[in-house]
Design a protein around this ligand. Sequence first.
Ligand SMILES: [Zn+2]
Length: 478
Amino acid sequence: MAKDKKVEQITDMEVDFAQWYTDVCRKAELVEYASVKGFTILRPYGYAIWENIQHIMDGEFKKTGHENVAMPVLIPESLLKKEGELVNGFAPEVAWVTMGGSEKLEERLAFRPTSETMFCDHWSNVLQTYRQLPMLYNQWCSVIRWEKTTRPFLRSREFWWQEGHTIHETAEEAQAETEQQLNCYADFFENVLAIPVVPGRKTDKEKFAGAEATYTVECMMKDHKALQGATSHYFGDKFSRAYNVTFTGRDNKLQYPFQTSWGSTTRMIGAVIMTHGDNNGLVLPPKIAPVQVMILPVAQHKPGVLEAAAKLRERLVNAGFRVKVDDSDNSVGWKCAEYEMKGVPLRVECGPRDLENDQCVLVRRTDREKVVVKLEDLETAVKEQLELVQQGMYDRARKNLEEHIYAAHSLEEAKELQEKNGGFIKTMWCGSEECELKMKEVAGMSSRCIPFKQEHLGDTCACCGKPASKMIYWGIAY
Ligand SMILES: [Zn+2]
């Protein structure tokens, strides 16, 4: 049988959300499994989304003075072990290189699970005076964490990310950096990915290994499960001390700098799929869509149609949009289904009758709404429609988030609400880890964050009844 390319059916998300997710990842041609177990291949369409994310985010980092660097992919075991908490936190997931060619290495080398140690080691060599501070570094790379169960974008043994690492003269400056980068992520999620977030602080139990404080942006997926979007960490001078990173201060004395790190990964693509996707496939925010506008010539064998389509494309490219024409001999019906599957935000249909009337038809991916547009207004209309799509996606996701946050005052109530509705359950919390463990045991939820925007829901901890002053969000997380 010939291998005709078909737009295949995907599982409905209401039937099996996990299967729907995997179907979208593969049928929209974002990823494919590799022969190495637990590893995935980012295919051109998936990688193009990542490139758009990188491009916009990198620009934001640079606006605040960050510079990109490239660190080695391998870390000597002795170096990794200098900071106890970090190594203990990552030990179960580290992959090791033990051979170089045919010779056994004298010391094992870890494939980086994260690069704090490499940056500290480098800084201990190059930092001398307060005049060199702050050092604001970032790198785009992949890391390896030997996860037991894997899912495309959400958990894989190798994933792509950016990791920012900075050192500062004072604790206040480092804390301000931690906060600034968290805000940068929050803005990126909301304005670029069209995903509303709950920003807040992680509990000590959930914070990054070795950090003094971890801040997070938490998102809610369409199935009302939680997803940690990106994190920003404040380390104090703990790592500087462990790795002997010092500088001569303004007082002419040797001092330890204060450090931060912050990261976001290809997981963001998973978040986009599960926040915006539907039963026809992927729905991409225009700002990161590899193709923002797909032009479909209708009755393309008729004279003038293909030429007109090419002209429309040229005009839109010149206006700065990412545009393609599909003039293949697949049917228009096939093409519509294919680009819906791929989440292209807007399609432009133009056939002989449209051209006679100097018009074309714009169709939005989000609601299939058709808008007839005069050809002379094409650029303005496309810009307007793409903005409407971006805003409409954000509004819908915001509604989903706001409608699935529930207040609870006891463990039982929290459990019931989670079982009935999913979503975030907010309660007062006394601050103890035992209560977090209890919540996990009884209701299957982990703490997501202590939101910056606090509410007073009562005076006692929902888990133990002791006095509590903090409100916390719980959820079942990816
Ligand atoms: Zn408690």
